[in-house]
Ligand binder design. Structure first.
Ligand code: SF4
Length: 838
C-alpha cells in the first residue's frame, strides 16, 4: 500500500503540518474525498493528544469519510481500541487509516466504503410541514404555526443528517413532541432504521402513543409504525400461568385463587396479554407469580412460545419504526448491549442509532438510580419466604415444597431411591438452611436499625445514613461486619445447596416430568437472584469504592414498622453515559423545557459529559406571550425561611392568597413535613371559606388532578413529583405558590457525595450543582402555570431569598422572558395580582 494511492499531495502536506504542530504526538483527522481523483484530499483535525479523545470526533463522521490517525512509534499495527473503532466505522461505511509521523507509510484498517446508503433528511421538506396551509394545518383542528416548533424540527433534522448530538430546550407550548417526532419518522422510514423516543413519565408516553402519533398518522404523507415498548413484567407468562393450574388450590389463598381464575379466563381472549388491558386489579402476589421475567423465560424451548404475549410484543417492536420507551427500559437495553456488544440486533430493544431523550432534565437521576444497587430487608425476607416460609400455613407453601410436590407427582417416572433422596434433600438440608438464612437476615437488618438509631434520633421517620469512613470506623460497626459475614456464609451455603438440588434435577431430564424445563429455569433463576443479593451485601459492606456512595436507608411508617435497605450508587455517571451512549449512537437529542440555568447549558453538559465539540445546543425560546400571561410576585413582608417567624407569616399570606384567588392554586413545598404542617393548620380555615383542599398522597395523582379540574375552588398541596408533570390548562389553575426555593437536602448521601466530588476537584459545588438543581426544579414548578395561549396567572414565591441573596438572580433570570415581576408588601401584591388578572 502506498500513501499516494490514498492521499493527494495536498492532504499529505496537511497531515505532516498537523503532526508537526503537536510535536509528533497523536492527531485524529477526518479525511474526505473531495477532489476530482478518488483520493483523500481534505483533512480536518478533530482531536489531538491522546486515545481518550478518539471516540469524541468519531461521532462527527459520515459514511464515505475516513478516520485517520498517526502512531508516533512508527508501528502501524492497529491496537485493540483501533480495531474496535474500525469495526464500528466499517459498519457505518466509514474508513479507518493509520499513518506514521513522516506520512510516508500507512495501514488501512478499513477501506472507505460508499456502499451504505443513507438518505439524508430534506430539511426544507420537514420545515414545510409546519407552515400554514400545509400537512399539519390541514389535518389538526387546533393547529397553530409556531416558529419555535419549526426551528426545533429543522435543527433536529440537521443533527440526524450530520450524526451529531443536540441539546434542545423548548419552552412550554413549543409542541416539542411533534417537532422531534416528524424528523424521527422520516428518518426511520427512509433509512429503515429505528428511532427510540425515551421519556421519564408514563404520562408523556401516553400522550405520544394516544395523541401525537395517531395525529401524525393522519397528517403525514408517509406510512410508519410506532409502538410503546413496555418492560416484560407487564406481560403475563403463559407457562407460569398454566403451570400454576395444578397447584392453585393448594398454594393460593381464597382471594388469590379468585384473582388467578380471573386471570386464566382473561388470558384466553387477551389481545396483548399486558397488565394495562386488565379491567380488574389482580392480587399483587398472584401477578408476581405469573408475570414474564427474563431469567425465568424458556424462550424458544417454551411450549407456549408461539402464543407468548411478550414475544409477540417484542416482534412488533422489531417491525416498528418508532419505539417509545421509558428511560429505565432504555438503560436496561444499553446494559445488555454493554455486556454483549453494542451492535447486537436485539437486546431489550431492537438495534437503533438515534435516540430522542425527552424530559432529559431527569437523566442523571434516572441513570444514577439504574446503575445503583439496593438490598432491602423486605426484599431478601420475601425471597426467602417464597422459597420456604418460616410459619407454613396449610397446603403447599413455598418453592421448595412445590418442587417436592412436583417430584412426587411424577413418582412413577423417577427411581424411588432417587426421588426419596431429592425429597430428603429438600426436607432436611434446604428447608432448614432457608430458615437459618432467614434468622441471619433478621439479625443483620435489626442490627443495622439499632446501629443507625443509636447514632441518630429515633424521631426521624425516614432517614439515610451514608456509610462514610467515620461511621464504619466506630466500634459498633464491627458487629455489623461480623453479622454480614454470618449472613453471607448462610446465603452462600443456601446457594450451594440449591445448586446441589439443580444438579439432581438435571439428572431427571428424561423422566418426562410435567413442566420440567420450567421447574429447572425457576430454580436456576432463584440461584442467580440469591447470588446477586449476596454480591450487593458484600460490596456495600465490605468494599470501599471511591467512585460510589453507599448508604443505609431506614424508615418507620405510622404503625412503627421499620423498613431498612442497603444502597449503593455511582457518584458520577458522565463517563458511563459518554462511553455507552454518546459514542455509540449516531444522534441523541436531549430535550426538555428545563435544561438551562440563566440561559446556559453548562450544568447538564457537565453532569452528563456533553462536551461542546460533541453536542450542539438550541434554545427555542418561549412561544407564549408571558408579558400578558404571567406575573411573578414576591412578597417582601416575610422573613427568610430559616427564621422562626417564617412559618406563621407564610401561613397567613398563603391563606389570604388562596382565598383571594378562590382556590385554583397549586402550592409547592420542598418536604412532606412542611406540607403536612401547612395542611393541618390551614385545612379547617380554608374549608370554612368553601375552598377544597387536597394533599399529595391522599389519592393517586391522576385522581387528584381529575378532582381538581371539577371542583369550584380547589387547592392542591404538593411536593416532590408535583413540581413537574401536572398539566391543568385554563382558569382552573391560575396561581402557583412556591413556599421555599427548592434546594435539596445537602445531607442526602448521593447529593453529599456529588458535592464532595466537586469540592475535591476545587470546584464550587453550590454554584455548579446545588443551585442549578434548585433552579431547574423551580423552572419546572413555574411551568405548571401557563399551559396554553389563553392561560393567565401568577407565580408567588414566599421565599425572600430570591431577592435578598445573590444567587436569587439565577432563579429570576431563568423564568420565561417578558414575565412581569412584582416585589412588594403582600397587601400591595394582592392588589397587583388582581389588577393583572383584570
Ligand atoms: S416464552 Fe417465556 S415469557 Fe413466553 S410464555 Fe414461555 S416462558 Fe413465558
Amino acid at each position: 500500500m502506498l500513501i499516494e494511492d490514498y492521499f493527494t499531495s495536498k492532504a499529505q502536506d496537511k497531515l505532516k503540518e498537523k503532526i508537526k504542530e503537536v510535536a509528533g504526538q497523536e492527531v485524529y483527522c477526518i479525511g474526505r474525498l473531495t477532489g476530482e481523483e478518488p483520493l483523500i484530499n481534505e483533512i480536518e483535525v478533530v482531536a489531538r493528544g491522546n486515545k481518550v479523545a478518539v471516540p469524541a470526533p468519531a461521532t462527527k463522521l459520515s459514511p464515505g469519510e475516513v478516520m485517520i490517525h498517526n502512531h508516533p512509534s512508527g508501528n502501524l499495527s492497529p491496537s485493540q481500541p483501533d480495531l474496535n473503532l474500525a469495526a464500528k466505522f466499517g459498519a457505518q461505511g466509514i474508513g479507518a487509516i493509520i499513518i506514521n509521523n513522516k506520512v510516508d507509510d500507512l495501514y488501512v484498517v478499513v477501506e472507505p466504503s460508499l456502499e451504505l446508503e443513507i438518505t439524508d433528511l430534506d430539511v426544507e421538506e420537514i420545515s414545510e410541514i409546519f407552515v400554514a396551509d400545509n400537512l399539519l394545518d390541514q389535518t389538526l383542528a387546533q393547529y397553530e404555526y409556531r416558529y419555535q416548533q419549526q426551528t426545533m424540527a429543522e435543527v433536529i433534522s440537521k443533527a440526524f443528517n450530520r450524526r451529531t448530538h443536540l441539546l434542545v430546550e423548548a419552552g412550554t407550548g413549543t409542541g416539542k413532541s411533534l417537532a422531534y417526532l416528524i424528523p424521527s419518522i422520516y428518518w426511520a422510514v427512509e433509512n429503515d432504521q429505528k428511532v427510540v423516543v425515551s421519556t421519564n413519565t408514563i404520562n408523556l408516553q401516553e400522550q405520544l402513543i394516544k395523541k401525537d402519533i395517531p395525529l401524525l398518522k393522519k397528517a403525514l404523507d408517509i406510512e410508519f409504525n410506532a409502538v410503546l415498548v413496555k418492560g416484560r413484567r407487564n406481560y403475563v407468562c403463559l407457562r407460569k400461568l398454566y403451570s400454576l393450574q395444578e397447584l392453585a388450590d393448594q398454594v393460593l389463598e381464597n382471594k388469590e385463587r379468585e384473582s388467578y381464575l380471573k386471570l386464566l379466563d382473561w388470558a384466553n381472549d387477551a389481545k396483548t396479554g399486558c397488565r394495562s388491558e386488565l379491567v380488574f386489579q389482580p392480587e399483587y402476589s398472584v401477578w408476581e407469580r405469573v408475570a414474564s421475567e427474563s431469567d425465568t423465560c424458556l424462550r424458544s424451548n417454551c411450549h407456549h412460545h408461539g402464543d407468548c404475549f411478550f414475544t409477540k410484543a417484542r416482534l412488533k417492536s422489531i417491525k416498528a419504526d418508532i419505539l417509545v420507551v421509558n428511560h429505565h427500559l432504555l438503560f436496561s437495553d444499553i446494559a445488555v448491549r454493554k455486556e454483549e456488544g453494542m451492535d447486537l440486533e436485539v437486546a431489550v430493544l431492537p438495534k437503533y442509532k438515534h435516540v430522542i431523550l425527552d424530559e432529559a432534565h431527569n437523566i442523571e437521576e434516572v441513570a444514577t438510580s439504574y446503575l445503583g444497587d439496593r438490598l432491602s430487608k423486605q426484599h431478601l425476607l420475601k425471597f426467602l419466604h417464597k422459597l420456604h416460609p418460616q410459619k407454613a400455613k396449610k397446603g403447599i407453601q413455598g418453592f421448595l415444597m412445590e418442587t417436592r410436590f412436583k417430584i412426587n407427582q411424577a413418582r412413577d417416572k423417577i427411581d424411588k431411591d432417587f426421588r426419596i433422596e431429592i425429597q430428603r434433600m429438600i426436607d432436611n438440608i434446604l428447608q432448614p438452611q432457608v430458615l437459618k438464612t432467614t434468622d441471619r437476615a433478621n439479625t443483620f437488618f435489626n442490627l443495622l436499625v439499632e446501629f443507625k438509631e443509636q447514632l441518630e434520633s429515633k424521631e426521624e421517620k425516614e432517614s439515610k445514613l451514608r456509610l462514610k469512613e467515620e461511621i464504619i470506623e466506630v466500634e459498633e460497626w464491627q458487629r455489623i461486619e461480623d453479622e454480614t459475614e454470618n449472613l453471607l456464609v448462610a446465603m452462600n451455603q443456601l446457594n450451594r445447596k440449591l445448586s446441589g438440588l439443580q444438579n439432581k434435577i438435571e439428572l431427571l431430564a428424561d423422566a418426562d416430568i410435567e413442566d420440567y424445563e420450567g421447574l429447572l429455569v425457576d430454580l436456576v433463576s432463584k440461584i442467580g437472584r440469591l447470588k446477586e443479593m449476596s454480591k450487593i451485601l458484600d460490596t456495600v459492606i465490605n468494599e470501599n469504592d471511591s467512585e460510589r456512595v453507599d448508604w443505609l436507608d431506614i424508615s418507620r411508617n405510622s404503625k412503627d414498622q421499620v423498613k431498612c435497605s442497603l444502597n449503593s450508587a455511582p457518584i458520577n455517571i458522565s463517563n458511563e453515559f459518554r462511553d455507552n451512549l454518546l459514542i455509540e449512537m449516531d444522534s441523541i437529542i436531549f430535550t426538555s423545557a428545563t435544561l438551562t440555568i440563566d440561559k446556559s447549558f453548562n450544568y447538564i453538559r457537565d453532569r452528563l459529559g456533553l462536551d461542546e465539540d460533541l453536542v450542539a445546543e438550541l434554545r427555542t425560546g418561549d412561544p407564549f406571550n408571558y408579558q400578558e400571561q404571567a406575573m411573578l410576585g414576591i412578597p417582601t413582608d416575610l422573613r427568610e425561611p430559616y427564621s422562626p417567624e417564617f412559618t406563621s407569616q407564610a401561613l397567613n399570606i398563603l391563606k389570604e392568597l388562596l382565598i383571594e384567588n378562590q382556590g385554583r392554586s397549586l402550592v409547592l413545598f420542598t418536604s412532606y413535613g412542611m406540607l403536612n404542617q401547612f395542611y393541618y393548620k390551614l385545612k379547617p380555615q380554608l374549608e370554612e371559606t368553601k375552598l377544597s383542599l387536597y394533599r399529595q398522597g391522599e389519592k393517586s395523582r391522576h385522581l387528584l388532578v381529575k378532582d381538581f379540574k371539577q371542583e369550584m375552588a380547589p387547592v392542591i398541596f404538593g411536593t416532590a413529583s408535583f413540581w413537574e408533570g401536572i398539566d391543568i390548562p385554563g382558569e382552573q389553575l391560575s396561581s402557583v405558590i412556591i413556599v421555599k426555593l427548592p434546594f435539596e437536602v445537602p445531607t442526602d448521601p448521593i447529593i453529599e457525595a456529588k458535592v464532595e466530588e466537586l469540592q475535591d476537584e476545587g470546584r464550587n459545588a453550590f454554584r455548579e450543582y446545588m443551585l442549578p438543581r434548585a433552579v431547574i426544579k423551580f423552572k419546572q414548578g413555574f411551568g405548571r402555570l401557563i399551559r396554553t395561549n389563553n392561560d393567565q396567572g401568577s407565580v408567588i414565591v414566599l421565599d425572600k431569598r430570591i431577592i435578598t441573596k445573590r444567587y436569587g438572580k439565577n432563579f429570576i433570570n431563568s423564568i420565561p422572558q417578558g414575565c412581569q415581576i412584582v416585589v412588594d408588601k403582600s397587601s400591595h401584591l394582592f392588589k397587583k395580582i388582581k389588577e393583572f388578572k383584570d
